[in-house]
Structure formats: structure tokens, C-alpha cells
Design a protein. Sequence first.
Length: 98
Amino acid sequence: MTSALLYAIAGLALFAIGFFGVVVASHVMRKILALNVMGVGIFMFLIACAKRNPLVVDPLPHAMVLTGIVIAVAGTALALNLMVRIHHIDQSSQEQSK
């Protein structure tokens, strides 16, 4: 078993675990974390696919993963910000109805 195959299997396993978390979790924070786990699995799989030939490594998947990490961090920050705002709006509407 090569290291690329091991990374690909681990990436697919992380994606499956994250997908299970998105489907099963009821809390929004857990869903956001599960989406991040799915993203890490995709990144690992892309890095594993970059090494097709032992002598030549394709740099394009590495660039895609670096760009994906930046986008994932920004998306996670946006999702957490929206979650907090929705929580505050929900609490203020509950206080007004009392």
C-alpha cells in the first residue's frame, strides 16, 4: 500500500464521517464542524491524487488545496457569524414575546 493510496482512503473516510455528521447532527455548530471535516477529507484526497507518477508531482492540486483552505476559513467564519446573529435575533424575539 502506497502513501498516496493511504491518504486517499483517509480522505474518503474523513469525507464520509463529515457527511454522516451533517446528516445526523441537529445543532448548527456541529453541522459547521462536520462540513469542515468533509473539506479536510476532500483536501487530503486531492493531495493524494496529485502524486500519480513517482517521479512527477502535479502542482495544480496543491494550489487548489491552498486556495480551498483560504476559502474554507472564510466560509467557516461567515457561517459562525451568521449562527451567532441568528441566535441573538432568536433570543431577542423570545424576550419580546414574554
